[in-house]
Design a protein around this ligand. Structure first.
Ligand code: NI
Length: 275
């Protein structure tokens, strides 16, 4: 079923711009995961930083595979472990091409109002520090935004994130975030688009300029339909491409060419490795 479904994608050159290959769920079969991606036309991958203790593993993977790159960053759920000197110690590695995933996530805040205020404050502080780091290193940002569109937009504008630009990795894409298009940001589209209840993203998608769309899986999470509930992996990025093509009524190969160009504009290093 899997192979049949993906037949015809072999000549594609898709890039999964957000895949946590350093996650423990890939420890046992990483080689197979990467081979499967390759067979299905997914030729490159970017591992975002989330939990700082996984960074050495990301580096190890990138040193083994030419077409895989990493970013340094701390996810809003790991703000307690933020250490800028530690992140900087990985910044000069030739495979480090971005800063993130950093941002704001108000989905899991505490119930008490007092704690909420404090948690938001810490998240904002760590986000700002990473925006500044990206500008200092001149690397694009990978930005995680959940239930915090307005605050995120304000911080990105206030701290001049457009100097480096980046990709908004957002599973609640909103009209507020769309306004960031003019600030040099791209929009990562992933498996959520294929969910039966993905009404909001389906509605927002046609408003995103085609020149600003990137592909991502966010594996091991958010696996596209019909594999929802199973571990996500880069090969499934092709299901996302198909869904975008269906919703926007654009040929898959045409769309793939446009998205590749977008990816190479933001993350120039892929072009040298893959094409
Ligand atoms: Ni992620």
């Amino acid at each position: 079923m899997f192979r049949k479904l993906f037949k015809g994608f072999r000549n594609f050159m898709m890039i999964d711009t957000h895949i946590h290959l350093d996650d423990k769920s890939y420890f046992d079969d990483l080689e197979e995961v990467i081979n499967r991606a390759d067979e299905h036309g997914v030729k490159g991958a970017l591992i975002p930083g989330a939990d700082p203790k996984d960074l050495p593993r990301a580096v190890e993977i990138c040193e083994k595979y030419d077409h895989i790159f990493f970013a340094i960053g701390v996810h809003p759920y790991h703000v307690e472990d933020f250490d800028i000197e530690y992140l900087k110690s990985f910044a000069t590695h030739p495979k480090c091409i971005a800063v993130g995933e950093c941002g704001l996530d108000y989905y899991r805040l505490s119930d008490s109002e007092e704690a909420k205020v404090e948690e938001k404050k810490i998240q904002k502080k760590v986000f700002i520090a990473q925006i500044k780091l990206a500008i200092e290193l001149n690397k694009p940002l990978i930005i995680h935004i959940r239930d915090a569109s307005q605050d995120s937009k304000e911080l990105l504008i206030e701290h001049d994130a457009k100097k480096v630009g980046g990709v908004l990795h957002c599973y609640n894409a909103s009209d507020i975030l769309l306004q960031l298009d003019t600030h040099g940001f791209y929009f990562g589209i992933g498996g959520v688009l294929t969910f039966k209840n993905a009404k909001k993203l389906v509605e927002v998608l046609p408003k995103i300029p085609l020149q600003k769309i990137l592909l991502e899986t966010d594996g091991p999470y958010l696996t596209p339909h019909p594999y929802r509930g199973k571990r996500n992996e880069p090969a499934y990025v092709s299901l996302v491409l198909s869904k975008i093509s269906e919703l926007l009524n654009i040929d898959e190969d045409k769309l793939e060419t446009i998205i590749n160009k977008n990816t190479n504009t933001l993350f120039k290093e892929f072009e040298k490795e893959i094409y």
